[in-house]
Design a protein around this ligand. Sequence first.
Ligand code: DI6
Ligand code: FE
Length: 393
Amino acid sequence: MHDAVWLNARLATMAGPVIRDGALAATAGRISWAGERRDWKGDARVEHDARGAWILPGFVDCHTHLVYAGSRAHEFELRLKGAGYEEIAKTGGGILSTVRATRAASQDELLALAQRRLRSWLAEGAAVLEVKSGYGLDRDTELKMLRVARGLAGVTVKTTFLGAHALPEEYKGRAEAYIDLVCAEVLPAAAAEKLVDAVDAFCERIAFSRHQTARVFDTAKRLGLPVKLHADQLSDLGGAALAAKHGALSADHLEYTGEPGVEALARAGSVAVLLPGAFYFLRETRLPPIAALRRHHVPIALATDHNPGSSPLSSPLLAMNMACTLFRLTPEEALAGFTINAARALGMQSTHGTLEVGKSADFALWQIESPAELAYAIGANPCVGRVRAGAIQ
Ligand code: DI6
Ligand code: FE
């Protein structure tokens, strides 16, 4: 006996061909049956009529900086007048301005802000969000951010430690000493409190070098934590190859990654996470190496990269549209980018990302004619239902 079944549904399982007259059952929070309606012979305590809606796996947003205080609307205005993102960062604005606001905010304030932001993802049927630290850059604030992320309600959260996001003001000119602090104190403390699912770094001219990044990755390895990397967003520092060398779950951004970096990702089995929101908002022109990623069969995930400076984007649907219009992904690739491949980028492929028996019964119902509509429409939200662990939300 199954707990519940959804009939009169069209299924995009993301694990095989679409099913135009399907049935999907859930039991004890997991998918217990998925297939053609005519093959459904089971019994369920509750029968739901999906009224012809499409059911897709709940979206997985595998790269966000959801927890922070303050706004950077002022910098947006400066950039519109001609200032550059890197220029603003170098003069103490940028990430450091968000660090000041985040340090000053209490844990409750940060939680209220992030929980409020999260509403947009819930409205679009999200099941999982990855949330990074990185606006604390000191022990107490990094831990505070991670506790806030762990406290978010309504979705499954994966936390990523991003202590190596920027050099805090008090360490100006002493990057190695700051990396010492991250490796000796902040990351171990966060890991000891079980606040960390993965470790990330910003490997960039305006942030940390390859060598500094490698030191953070070595610490992660010692603590048994997987790594991922903000790689080659603004310049080609060989970030993708470095991530691959460390067996990263994913390398993210990748605008400046060349063919050798793509080959390295393919060999390592790392996911390429593309972030069209940042590309759009910073008015970048250098496209990530889509053709090479396809040629080398590197799985492509998409994410919002929600953050106050380079991607104040709160919509997976809009990110999919941007990936298609700006990066020329197909709608099918965009959907895989927010489901199966995003789950893989978080090491969650055994529980999320597809509608398959045994996975979490986390899915969304959509009033659309075809799944491609989700990537095609701009500013519409045809989500008509969200189910989490088998329970209608
Ligand atoms: N890359 C980004 O695009 C964001 N962080 C990062 O490492 C920007 C974060 C910010 O500007 O606040
Ligand atoms: Fe980011």
